[in-house]
Design a protein around this ligand. Structure first.
Ligand code: SF4
Length: 172
């Protein structure tokens, strides 16, 4: 259980660290506004798992584009001008999981914020960025101690899903 908590914290901190990186440095696709028909989105009940990467995840919805499943992730809160890097990487993980479990490669994924939905291309470069992140998380979990907090923003901690197990959280 402690190991799991450490792994979760490591994943959270790494996602936050990655979200701090400049987009140009990370090489992540910017995403573009999508006008997909919301009615075609099918709620996804099934967790996807890839034993090769040891990665599991459950996209909120799947929409079929020319017969290929495309993952959709719903985000609450403020709608950004462009998707957050951490959200893009989460979506990349879902695209990879769809690819690994169905043998079909999604051309893109969808990030849906309250006011806008963004289409993010699932490129080979994005897949590589995901692999780099997974390897970094593995390296951190092997250390069995959480990495240092990468920011000084209490608001991030107040909205973080890992604050219950994180001893580095900042109070508002
Ligand atoms: S509670 Fe704060 S420091 Fe801890 S993982 Fe979340 S954002 Fe990072």
């Amino acid at each position: 259980m402690i190991w799991l908590a450490l792994a979760l914290i490591a994943a959270a901190l790494l996602f936050l660290w990655l979200s701090n990186r400049q987009r140009s440095q990370a090489g992540l696709p910017a995403g573009r506004i999508s006008y997909s028909d919301v009615g075609q989105w099918q709620p996804n009940q099934q967790a996807l798992y890839d034993p090769k990467l040891g990665l599991a995840g459950k996209p909120d919805y799947l929409v079929y584009v020319n017969g290929t499943p495309v993952p959709v992730e719903i985000k609450s809160g403020r709608t950004p001008d462009a998707p957050y890097d951490s959200h893009i990487l989460q979506l990349a993980a879902y695209c990879y999981l769809v690819e690994a479990t169905t043998g079909q490669t999604p051309p893109h994924g969808l990030l849906s914020y309250p006011r806008e939905t963004f289409e993010v291309d699932y490129t080979p470069e994005l897949r590589e960025e995901l692999f780099t992140l997974v390897e970094a998380i593995r390296a951190e979990t092997r250390r069995r101690t959480p990495p240092e907090r990468s920011h000084a923003n209490p608001r991030r901690c107040s909205g973080c899903g890992y604050r219950a197990v994180c001893d580095q959280q900042l109070k508002l």
